[in-house]
Design a protein around this ligand. Structure first.
Ligand code: SF4
Length: 182
């Protein structure tokens, strides 16, 4: 079975890819993350994924859009009223709808996302938005709770020398990570 896997970064992809392959599923990777700022951070994560895909012999589809302005404009209203949860819902929807649309256009029956491996993400929200996007574009959202493999995947990524990010992605999450935390 072939599946389009939205990838937030290389470290989170390691274990997801391994798990899918073990289940006889062939993941093709899809990069679309306009939520990662600033540009130097975006470039580090993107380039690390390109290298990882090459090393693993994986097909990588790059939607290479650094989306600082559009992302900030998109989250500004919800961010003011609903805090992080609304902001993250916008963020997940933006990325997963693009993935579902790409899957539909390119003949993939299934898509999924490496966001499902991180214990730091709002897991149920990711799942719900993935399923909504799937229904909208006439494809299937492949749900799997990858979280039990998170630590092992991060360890493997570190040992392989992959770039490891220090915050979720957007400039707001960078502030939350560092303001008052050194
Ligand atoms: S904290 Fe992470 S998931 Fe939430 S909006 Fe920012 S980048 Fe997206």
């Amino acid at each position: 079975m072939k599946l389009l896997l939205h990838t937030c970064c290389a470290p989170c992809s390691v274990q997801c890819v391994e798990t899918l392959r073990a289940g006889d599923i062939r993941p093709d990777l899809f990069w679309y993350n306009p939520n990662i700022h600033p540009y130097t951070e975006y470039r580090s994560r993107r380039d690390t994924l390109v290298k990882f895909a090459g090393d693993e012999g994986l097909t990588l589809n790059l939607e290479d859009e650094y989306g600082l302005r559009s992302f900030i404009a998109g989250v500004y209203g919800v961010n003011e009223s609903g805090g992080g949860r609304s902001r993250c819902a916008y963020c997940y929807r933006t990325r997963l709808e693009k993935t579902a649309a790409f899957a539909a256009e390119h003949g993939y029956e299934y898509f999924s996302t490496t966001l499902l491996i991180s214990p730091y993400q709002k897991h149920d929200l990711v799942r719900g938005i993935g399923e909504e996007a799937a229904a909208r574009y006439g494809v299937q959202f492949f749900y799997r709770d990858f979280r039990p493999g998170f630590r092992a995947g991060q360890k493997q990524a570190r040992e392989r020398g992959l770039y490891m990010q220090k915050y979720c992605g957007c400039i707001f999450s960078e502030e939350e990570r560092y303001l008052n935390n050194g």
